[in-house]
Ligand binder design. Structure first.
Ligand SMILES: Cc1cc2nc3c(=O)[nH]c(=O)nc-3n(C[C@H](O)[C@H](O)[C@H](O)COP(=O)(O)O)c2cc1C
Length: 465
């Protein structure tokens, strides 16, 4: 395993396009009328779709956009591996590799070579309509991008990266959905001091940069350092066009919209095709005012195929954070399943149990790692956490509901969970589907291995009926 190394999205694509099976669409495409996602929907299979680069896109002014756009960067497991420099298409290998890769934090390096500022548009020329804003799924409430927001904590030098849905409002304004996590806290700190929060919306960089943004990182860790770890080399940064050294931006990005989250203003935003595979609700969201658009020659926007496999798999670094949290609490944890075998709010944990309380400890660690998981199923290590049928076998045969189903109340909810309204509290459960320590386990119904060796198939003539 070697971490990813290539500074730009273009370099990365050139290196990996054969391995990922990149498709390029040269025909003119208008992503604002679902044209891009209609093509992606026809290429989607249960195991995801190929990466697709749209080379000729219409913008909101009806002209050709300066930007191309890449979808399905994470749709196939193999592509997620390539984003991280891990040669595998096994989900568990990726989850095991990620903590080692993320531990190699790298301090950013300031550079005078700033491809992303090859073109800088600001002042009266600034117009967000030059971009190929996208409608992904039916009934989306507007035109969207899913960029990475880079922001510096007020009064500190620490940077946070966060992946956010952003909708077009007018030539210099956009609406941003922010969950109550770190970026939210930065914005509130600035707002309480009466200030706007400077942010850089990064529309395209090396695919590992986006995965660093999604990771659940402790607040004291600078996420520019995490980006360096996942990209396999220090993030190159430079002063922003609008804020100078007060906001350092990734120099190797494809395109950046610099601007501010405006204090004491909110705007209507949503619905949007969410990772729950439902439309996330319309709500009052944060107002972004643009100050500059900067981009490299022929930039590529890295966009997510919202509500589809690409979007779900992009949560791989959050998934790895859940595994790490469970293992810190209970070292006997072997695997954690989430979208594969679980669901958007449900995780499955496997452990090699040595004490009866371990399932509950492991479940609580995952429930406390963030507000994403409300339901945890704990199984023994012989169960495949990535296979829902295997998990159901354990629930069906090892659970006594009166003792093994523990109901939880008063959990912080997720706005995107359609089973309850708003950011209010929700409920959850832990199902302990493990055998009790010392319990006699019934033998599994299987043909003896000795018999299979004794009577090999090739000793028989098998006639097709
Ligand atoms: C594709 C994708 C889209 C996301 N969109 C949003 C979003 O719109 N708003 C949000 O708050 N978090 C979103 N997230 C989750 C955050 O990126 C993630 O929880 C991150 O760690 C939150 O950042 P913070 O804790 O650094 O503020 C998204 C994650 C992924 C993978």
């Amino acid at each position: 395993m070697s971490p990813a190394t290539a500074s730009s999205l273009g370099d990365w694509l050139e290196k990996h396009s054969t391995a990922t099976g990149l498709l390029t669409v040269e025909d003119p495409v208008d992503p604002g009328v679902y044209e891009a996602t209609a093509i992606l929907a026809q290429l989607e299979t249960p195991s995801g779709g190929p990466p697709v680069l749209f080379a000729n896109l219409r913008n909101l002014s009806g002209e050709r956009s300066p930007a191309r756009m890449l979808f399905n960067t994470y749709s196939k497991r193999r592509s997620v591996g390539l984003a991280l420099g891990v040669e595998t298409d096994t989900w568990n290998d990726l989850l095991e590799a990620l903590p080692q890769i993320s531990a190699n934090l790298q301090k950013p390096i300031e550079t005078a070579d700033v491809p992303v500022q090859d073109t800088v548009i600001q002042g009266d020329d600034l117009d967000l309509r030059i971009l190929p804003w996208t409608r992904h799924v039916e009934m989306e409430g507007g035109l969207y991008f899913t960029p990475i927001l880079a922001a510096k904590q007020p009064g500190s030098d620490r940077y946070n990266l966060s992946w956010n849905r952003v909708t077009y409002l007018d030539p210099i304004h956009a609406g941003v959905h922010i969950s109550p996590r770190q970026l939210w806290s930065f914005q509130r700190e600035a707002e309480q001091a009466g200030d706007d929060l400077p942010v850089a919306m990064v529309l395209g960089h090396h695919p590992a940069f986006n995965l660093a943004a999604a990771a659940l990182t402790a607040i004291q860790i600078d996420e520019y350092h995490v980006a360096g770890a996942l990209m396999g080399e220090p993030l190159q940064v430079a002063p922003s066009a609008r804020f100078g050294e007060d906001l350092m931006v990734p120099a190797g990005a494809e395109m950046i919209i610099e601007g501010r989250l405006i204090a004491a203003h909110r705007v209507v935003e949503g619905p949007f095709g969410e990772y729950m595979r439902y439309l996330g609700p319309q709500k009052l969201s944060h107002l972004f005012e643009a100050d500059a658009i900067t981009f490299r020659p022929e930039p590529i926007i890295l966009e997510i195929f919202a509500g589809h496999r690409d979007h779900l798999n992009a949560h791989v670094s959050i998934h790895a954070s859940l595994l790490a949290a469970a293992r810190t609490a209970v070292p006997q944890v072997t695997r954690v399943g989430w979208f594969q075998g679980g669901g958007p709010t449900t995780a499955v944990v496997a452990l090699d149990k040595s004490a009866d309380g371990q399932p509950m400890r492991a479940a609580m660690a995952i429930l406390s790692a963030g507000n994403l998981i409300k339901q945890v199923i704990v199984v023994d290590d012989d169960i495949d956490v990535f296979d829902a049928q295997s998990v159901m076998w354990a629930i069906s045969t090892r659970v006594r509901a009166d003792e093994d189903v523990i109901m939880l109340k008063g959990l912080q909810g997720s706005l995107l969970d359609p089973s309850h309204p708003g950011f209010g509290t929700t409920a959850g459960f832990v199902i302990d589907a493990t055998w009790r320590v010392g319990q006699t386990r019934p033998p599994v119904a299987r043909v003896p291995e000795a018999a299979v060796s004794q009577f090999p198939l090739d000793a028989y003539t098998l006639k097709e009926a």
